[in-house]
Every structure is written in C-alpha cells, then in structure tokens.
Design a protein around this ligand. Structure first.
Ligand code: FAD
Length: 567
C-alpha cells in the first residue's frame, strides 16, 4: 500500500474540496487524488454560482417550506425525498462551516429558472467575491483557468456583474470595461511573472479559497493521479487502486472513499448508453477529457446502482475555429444569446420548438424533445438580424461593434456563420423552405410589436426578461427581426456536465442494486444522480448540491469513524 489515510476523496472540484476540507476539519487524515494536472475540475472553470435555498444569508427570508414548495413544483419524475430534504436542510450548515473559516458566499439577484412556479425567488443563487489567487503562492498557476468567455478577450478577469454588463453593453459598460483592463495592467508584480490575471472570479473564486484552506490543513492533493479501481475488503470499500503516468498502485482508506470525480460528459460510450438522443463529447463546454465516468464504471464494477443518467446539464453551444489556427475548433456557450431580442430559433425543418428565452437547461430539454419528435434538431439554427448582431454575442461571435463582419475570416462564412440580404436567401443557405422561415419571422415581428408570444410564451417570466434588452419595448425578450443583413449560426446540444450518476442517499452513501448502502463508499457532485432528478431549479443548481453532499459525506464518515474508534 502506498499510504494509508482515513478518507480518500477522488476529484478536486467543488464537491471534492468541500468534502476533504470538512473531513480534515473534523480531524480526519485526508488524501485527494486528482487525475488532471490542475486543481479544481469543471468547478474552477465555471461561473461559480451555487443555488442553495433556505440559506439565511443577507437577510433572506426564504424558508424550508417555500424551498420545498418550489422544488415540488419544478421536479418531474421520482426523486429520493429524504435526499431532497437533506439538501434543503443542510445547505445553511455547509455555508456556516465555510463562513467560520472566512469563506463567505454572498447572494446575488438572479431569478430561479422556473420563475412562473410557486415558491420561486430571486435570492437563492450565491457567488464568491473576487479573490486574490496569488495568495496560493506556487499553486496559483495550478488552478484550472476559467471558461474563456468569462474573461474579457480571454485575458481580463471579470466578476459576473462585469461579465453581464459588458456583454449586454448595459448601463456604465464602457467605464466598467476600462476599469477591468486597468486593474490588470496596473498589477505590475503579476505582469512580470505571468499573463494570468491574479484576480480569481466565478469558479476560480470558489476553488481558490477552498484550496488555500486545504493547504493550511496540510491536506495532500496528488495531481495526475487517477482512480482506476475501488478496493474491497470484507465487504467494505477499503481504498483505491490509482495510477500515475500508467503506473498503478494501491492506497488504503480506513473509513471511506468519497467519489467526487464529476460526470461522464467526455465518455462517448457512456453518452450513447444513457442518453435517448445521439450527442457528442465535442459539444460540451467542460474541460476537455477530464470527466470520463471512470468512477462510475469503477463503482458499477463493485455493484453500485445509477440514476437520472438520461440527461446532461444542458447549455447550448456553438463551435468556432480558433482565431490563431482555423483548423482547430473551440466550443463557445450560447446560453443567454438565444433569448436576446431580434432573434429566433428554429429546427432544420424551419419550425420553432421552444421559448428561446427560457433557462439554458430548459432550452436543451426542448432540443432533446424536438429531436425525438422531428429528428431535425441537434443542431438547430439561431437566426438574427443586424440589430442583434451589433449588440449581442452569438456564441463566440462578439457584437459587430467589437468584431465587425470584415474581421471574420472568409473561410468561416457559410460554415460557422451564415449571412444574406433577405430572410428568404438566408433560408436557402440553410436548406430550409424560405416561405416557412419568412412566416416564422413575420409572426415573431407581430409578437414583438405586441410584447407577447402566444406560441411559446417567450418573454413572459421575469427570468426571460432578465436576460433580454431593457431598451427593447414593450418586451425585453421580443424584438423585431427586420434589419438586413440577416444571420444564422448552428446551435448544438452542449452541456455543463452530466445530471445522472451513482445512486446516493440522503447521507451521500452510494447504493447498490437493492438500494442498500455499499459500506465505505460515498459520493457527491456530478458523480451522483442529481437530487433534483432531471430538472435544474436555478443558477448554481449543480455546484450547490455538489458542495452540500460533499459536506454531508464528510460528516457521515466522521460520525462513523468516531463510533468505531477504540475507547
Ligand atoms: C463554463 C461553465 C460554467 C458553469 N457555471 C456553473 C455555475 O455557475 N453554477 C453551477 O452550479 N454549475 C455551473 N457549471 C457546471 C459545474 O461547473 C459542474 O456541474 C460542477 O462543477 C461539478 O462539480 P464536481 O465537483 O462534481 O465535478 P468537477 O468540478 O468536474 O470535478 C471533478 C474532478 O474529478 C477529476 N476526476 C475525474 N475522473 C477522475 C479519476 N478517475 N481519478 C481522479 N480524479 C478524477 C476531474 O479531473 C475533476 O478535477 C458550469 C459549467 C461550465 C462548463
């Protein structure tokens, strides 16, 4: 055995770091094994928003009852009730624990994703304030970098408010832009050593402080160390077989192994096995090649059950060549773009299929449903006019004020982006019946004038309107599509990870095919089935449960360890 620990945590994302930190704080000797050469997983690259109802922060008067009313309205299909309630009841404790260490989340105003349902609120999404990454010393460059779109020109760190204001050219955006750039260049001591911005925002601002706390407690994190198999002795998980650069070795865990190895979004075979429609690993906006479902397969091999594996956390994406080398492609999220005014989405038959302003996960579910029905989605088309093009991003295409048409390489036209002087000509380029698209656009223009979309209810909730354009009247999510030229980009069924995984209970114990806990095996985050089943209740609906169930797993192991300790 290459070492013996009380607890081995697999994966260093939000779930893994929270579990490890809590276990270490409860006096356990902890090891994290991390397959990648960087810390933080998808969590580090993410927006870093955590959806935690009933959190009690900032004077919120949300309650357990209101949270459950909302979740009951949102969730369709069976979920483990005890697990759901454990989530609602424990979020506050997890936040209190982190707060006691000086790691303080703050609520941000963000409508829940089913704003029309009973119990919805606008204060359940939490973020971490901007954080100085250089506090990590040598570990600063080893934290996974954020998703490129969350940095201005891939370089300047922005918090969420700056990201949204600058992207939507909201009030004061120019001053904000100048401030973001000045903050970077005035930081001369960092500029002398690296191009990377010292300011950690979004997901980096969650992972940075957690990593600092783990370092303070001397928790060992072995990078480039991959879980290969789970070891079982006398019916109990007793450790892991790990490998580093292909060399395998065993590590023992006295009290438990916590699987926090993310989902299976980068495993095409598991996608094909679980998803009802054909998808591709290349549409995911998560870190390439990291989460390949290794832990799911290792746990299945010792009898673990899975649940909610039929869907991803959908986040529509588009694919664009790299600016520096056009034979390499990059994935860009288009999560808020499809809902901006003066645009419409259609499938490849030319039919609308969803309220385009709904949240990204609902949009993705709409794509799946339409693909099952028509076989003509995946990809679908985002069609927009010159007003949209001037103001908003379309996947990786920045507004024309920043990225004019003449700066788009000629080999991208009619491959990654399409343009025509009339709607009918554009439809012909997309190989769709022109009359059909002309009629869709005509109807959208009527809806824009009235401010109501009787077909799909676009712009009818505060969520839809929050990501529209406040200058667009009467409805911020509905604008006319009238100004030539007209454009289109293909939209893919991208994701932020997978929703399903190992079946775990309210105590984060992994269950077998008979619904019995597998002794010594725990799991949290995207490695498990979501406590919400197939629905995404609000911004942060994956990181919230990842951290809470990581915390619960550590509590459970510590409680059992103290019960089993010799007197
Ligand atoms: C651009 C973007 C923005 C997002 N924004 C948000 C947001 O604001 N709020 C939100 O809730 N969700 C968001 N998400 C989704 C969210 O990031 C993930 O759902 C969440 O981070 C999953 O956390 P996790 O700890 O389960 O997994 P991860 O953070 O992915 O961590 C899993 C870790 O396990 C490691 N691992 C995998 N296999 C092995 C193995 N065999 N052995 C050892 N280690 C292994 C991986 O390398 C990785 O480091 C976003 C996603 C993206 C891509």
């Amino acid at each position: 055995m290459a070492g013996t620990y009380d607890v081995i945590v697999v994966g260093s994302g939000a779930a893994g770091m929270t579990a490890a930190l809590r276990a270490a704080a409860l006096g356990l000797h902890v090891l994290i094994v991390e397959k990648a050469h960087k810390y933080g997983g998808t969590s580090a690259t993410s927006g870093g928003v955590a959806w935690i109802p009933n959190h009690g922060l900032g004077g919120s008067n949300d309650t357990r009852e209101e949270a459950l009313t909302y979740l009951d309205a949102v969730i369709q299909g069976p979920v483990n009730r005890e697990r759901l309630e454990a989530y609602v009841d424990t979020g506050r404790d997890m936040l209190g624990f982190l707060g006691s260490l000086g790691v303080n989340f703050i609520p941000m105003p963000w409508p829940d994703y089913f704003a029309e349902l009973a119990g919805s609120r606008t204060d359940r999404s939490l973020v971490m304030p901007m954080w100085n990454g250089r506090r990590l010393g040598d570990k600063f460059p080893l934290v996974r970098e954020q998703f490129p779109r969350f940095k201005l020109f891939n370089r300047y760190a922005m918090n969420l408010e700056e990201t949204f204001t600058i992207a939507a050219r909201g009030k004061g955006w120019k001053r904000m832009l100048a401030k973001v750039i000045a903050r970077y260049w005035l930081d001369q001591s960092t500029r002398r050593v690296t191009k990377r911005d010292r300011w950690f925002t979004s997901g980096n601002a969650v992972i940075g402080p957690l990593l600092e706390q783990l370092s303070t407690r001397n928790v060992e994190i072995r990078l480039e160390t991959k879980l290969e198999e789970l070891l079982v002795q006398d019916g109990k998980v007793s450790g892991v077989r790990a490998s580093r650069f292909g060399t395998a070795y065993d590590i023992a865990a006295r009290h438990g192994v916590i699987i926090c190895a993310g989902g299976f979004e980068w495993n095409q075979e598991l996608r094909d096995r679980f998803y009802p429609v054909k998808t591709s690993i290349w549409w995911s906006s998560t870190p390439q090649g990291a989460n390949t479902g290794d832990a799911l397969l290792a746990a299945e091999a010792i009898g673990a059950a899975t649940e909610h594996t039929g869907e991803g956390w959908w986040a529509p994406t588009m694919i664009m060549p790299s600016i520096s080398a056009s034979n390499f492609e990059e994935v860009h999220q288009a999560v808020f773009d499809a809902g901006r005014p003066s645009s419409v989405c259609v499938n490849r038959k030319g039919d609308r299929f969803v309220n385009e302003s709904c949240s990204y996960d609902r949009f993705g579910a709409g794509m799946v449903a339409d693909q099952k029905k028509t076989g003509a989605n995946l990809p679908c088309w985002l069609i927009f006019d010159s007003v949209f093009r001037a103001k908003f991003t379309a996947g990786g295409f920045l507004p024309s004020a920043v990225m004019p048409d003449k700066s788009i390489p000629i080999d991208w036209w009619d491959h990654y982006i399409f343009k025509a002087d009339t709607v009918a000509e554009l439809a012909q380029k997309l190989q769709i019946d022109p009359t059909k698209i002309e009629n869709v656009v005509k109807r959208m223009n009527e809806y824009a004038a009235k401010g109501e979309d009787p077909e799909f209810g676009r712009g009818s909730t505060i969520y839809d309107q929050a990501f529209g354009d406040p200058t667009c009247k009467p409805n911020p999510a509905l604008g006319p599509i009238v100004k030539a030229p007209f454009y289109a980009i293909p939209i893919h069924l991208g994701d932020l990870g997978t929703k399903g995984g190992l079946k775990a209970d309210a105590k984060a114990r992994v269950l077998d095919g008979n619904n019995q806990p597998i002794p010594g095996l725990y799991a949290a985050g995207n490695a498990t089935g979501s406590p919400f089943g197939l629905n995404y209740p609000g911004a942060g609906g994956t990181i919230g449960p990842a951290m809470v169930f990581g915390f619960i797993a550590a509590n459970e192991i510590a409680a059992r360890a103290s019960n089993s300790a010799p007197a």
